[in-house]
Write a protein that binds this ligand. Structure first.
Ligand code: SF4
Length: 313
């Protein structure tokens, strides 16, 4: 069964936090309520807070079922992918449907922007793990970093996180993405930590830029600085940024050499790699990141687009 036979399910892809993660994509590419400057998938093309059935629930569940029947080895089934999964009005039905099929735990990666809405909180109740984001301690920085849909108010977003943490019975791991010169400053990080204190959660995971971001102003924070800032967040905090590790070939559905062969023929954008090899953008991102770390590929801006160029020719 080739990866191309699946439109909504991808992987499993290796994830530092989730092990082997089988991805479930519920919205079209870059449909999101945010346009984060650090987004590794590129700039948001459809910024919205409209909840609707972006892809048919029955199609998604059928694909997950086929994957499970193929004896897929996964540590988590993760609602993530090309944008914000809670925009899908059927995400609760999808989580419950998956839970009926398998013992594999279900995780949701969400930006948390819609958790103020009781129906979104209710939809997530059947998940085992929810990983929401909080990248700013005040409205002005929130707008700068996350570039949210204008209808999203910072305080309402924070209250949504607080209400969700208080009612959810599974694990909550909050991701805080820190950026050089913007939020990786003592006073800004302290403001974020003060907001985080209000939220009932199990872990605080600090991340920073490790892959080419959507906007050049998103700057990485050095590992030592991340460790220093983590202390502001207390003993539930850990640094999860991908500073060094390279995922192994066996963890991917296509091989490193397949990606390199393609890049040897011509420089490619992330989309080119994804379409040419029939893999999800999230898997292509991880491959390209590995190759960047191994210095066999460089990332170069050409005509306003980011191209990956093979340097072993
Ligand atoms: S990082 Fe996540 S929340 Fe931010 S723009 Fe990208 S997909 Fe949306």
């Amino acid at each position: 069964m080739s990866a191309k036979e699946f439109n909504h399910v991808f992987g499993p892809v290796p994830s530092r936090r989730l092990g082997r993660s089988l991805g479930v994509d519920l919205v079209a590419y870059k449909t999101c309520s945010y346009d984060c400057v650090y987004c590794q998938l590129g700039r948001t093309t459809c910024k919205t807070t409209d909840r609707k059935e972006y892809v048919p629930v029955s199609e998604v569940l059928r694909e997950v079922e086929r994957k499970i029947e193929s004896n897929v080895q996964a540590d988590f089934i993760t609602l993530s992918g090309s944008g914000e999964p809670t925009l899908h009005a059927g995400c609760g039905e999808i989580i419950q449907g998956i839970k009926k099929m398998t013992q594999i735990p279900v995780a949701v990666l969400t930006n948390g922007s819609l958790l103020w809405d009781p129906s979104v909180r209710e939809d997530l109740l059947s998940a085992d793990l929810v990983i929401p984001s909080l990248d700013a301690g005040e409205s002005e920085i929130f707008i700068e970093v996350n570039q949210p849909d204008p209808s999203i108010d910072f305080n309402r977003m924070i209250n949504g996180l607080i209400d969700f943490g208080a009612s959810f019975k599974g694990q909550v791991w909050l991701e805080v993405f820190l950026l050089g010169g913007m939020t990786a400053l003592e006073d800004e990080a302290t403001k974020i930590a003060a907001q985080v204190q209000k939220i009932h959660l199990d872990r605080i995971q600090l991340n920073t830029v490790a892959r080419p971001p959507a906007y050049d102003k998103a700057l990485a924070v050095p590992e030592a600085e991340m460790s220093r800032l983590a202390k502001l967040f207390g003993d539930k905090a850990e640094v999860v940024a991908d500073f060094g590790g390279v995922h192994e070939d066996k963890d991917f559905s296509v091989r490193r050499e397949d990606v390199l062969d393609l890049l040897e023929r011509r420089p490619c954008t992330l989309d080119d790699v994804s379409i040419s090899l029939g893999i999800h953008r999230n898997e292509a991102v991880k491959h390209l990141n590995n190759l960047l770390k191994q210095s066999v590929v460089t990332a170069e801006q050409m005509g306003g687009k980011l191209f990956y160029v093979c340097s072993r020719r």
